[in-house]
Write a protein that binds this ligand. Structure first.
Ligand code: SIN
Length: 336
């Protein structure tokens, strides 16, 4: 009896041991898939930073965590990608900051305020300081986890004419991202803002649906907008950057060790993105000069000052939407 009992138990133990041996590698192999969608080309600051993130995560997790990148709006464009993230159809995105306003985060539109930042180091005092931390934390309101900010750079204006003074903008239809601040900026300049997805912009310019647009040179060049715009004016009038966001349910489902790998890899990828952004925009400008398709106009300080004065009313017009306190906090930080 005892023997049968003992043999029974040793069989159970043997089975349990066998199950552990069989299942352990499975547990270790428990693949995590991160689907990362974005709308720009691979050879842009964002495209390169996301590729770096993928490489770091896959190397450090020994391939257990896989990152599939869908660039150039191949999977979703602008607002669809936000919906896809909320529904869990993708795990991560890096939308431009202007794309958070329409989904219920108007405070992110403060980054669109024209002539708010003179240098990229000023932007970093906001994104890497208290304001940036609070903005990322606010994303939890809608089940999003904010993992950090990174740069593309300063936007320039393009059209089939130079855009050096407010008079040059009169009556132009300008493609904009869905940000009320950007729309107000163009109205103040006498142009008509037309909201279009990034992936539709080149086609709309080619078809004459819109006359011009604004973007950092890296986006302008990699979308081949130079083939459909004769003039690029280096206005440096506002910033374009990104926030990396993850779906909260996905984030909570990660093992703590995996979450640490992803967090660390993302921090390094963001630092890498910031380190190369300026050079990527400079390289795109050189390529654009070499292509000879587009006249490039450098603005004088007086021309920039006139544009700046013309768009100044945007601050008051949009202060309620953004939140006057957010604007004050940014201005205080920048004045220190
Ligand atoms: C991006 O850089 O992600 C797109 C910017 C835009 O829509 O203009």
């Amino acid at each position: 009896m005892w023997r049968a009992y003992r043999d029974g138990w040793s069989n159970v133990a043997a089975c349990a041991l066998l199950a552990c041996l069989l299942l352990a590698p499975l547990a270790l192999r428990a693949d995590v898939l991160i689907r990362f969608s974005h709308v720009v080309a691979r050879d842009t600051p964002k495209g390169l930073a996301v590729e770096r993130f993928k490489r770091l995560v896959e190397q450090r997790s020994g391939g257990r965590i896989r990152v599939t990148v869908y660039p150039a709006a191949r999977l979703y464009n602008d607002l669809d990608e936000m919906e896809a993230l909320r529904l869990g159809a993708v795990e991560m995105l890096a939308p431009s900051l202007s794309k958070f306003g329409p989904i219920g985060f108007p405070e992110f539109e403060l980054f669109d305020l024209p002539f708010l930042f003179e240098r990229i180091t000023d932007v970093h005092r906001i994104t890497q300081g208290d304001v940036g931390r609070r903005l990322l934390a606010s994303l939890s309101r809608q089940g999003l986890v904010g993992l950090g900010f990174f740069d593309n750079g300063f936007k320039q204006m393009s059209a089939n004419r130079p855009l050096r003074a407010p008079a040059d903008f009169q009556g132009l239809r300008m493609r904009v991202q869905a940000s009320r601040v950007i729309a107000a900026q163009f109205r103040a300049l006498g142009a008509r803002p037309v909201v279009l997805a990034f992936s539709e912009t080149r086609h709309a310019l080619a078809a004459g649906v819109v006359d011009g647009t604004e973007n950092p040179v890296s986006n302008f060049w990699t979308q081949r907008m130079n083939e459909v715009q004769t003039d690029l004016s280096l206005t440096q009038h506002a910033y374009l950057g990104y926030a990396v966001v993850a779906n909260q349910r996905f984030w909570d489902s990660l093992l703590p060790a995996d979450r640490a790998v992803v967090t660390q890899a993302m921090q390094e990828a963001l630092a890498y993105g910031n380190a190369i952004a300026d050079a990527e925009n400079e390289r795109a400008l050189q390529d654009l000069r070499a292509a000879g398709t587009t006249r490039i106009h450098v603005l004088s300080p007086a021309q920039r000052a006139e544009l700046r004065a013309t768009v100044q009313p945007v601050y008051d017009q949009l202060s309620t939407r953004i939140g006057a306190q957010w604007i004050r906090d940014v201005q205080q930080t920048l004045s220190r």
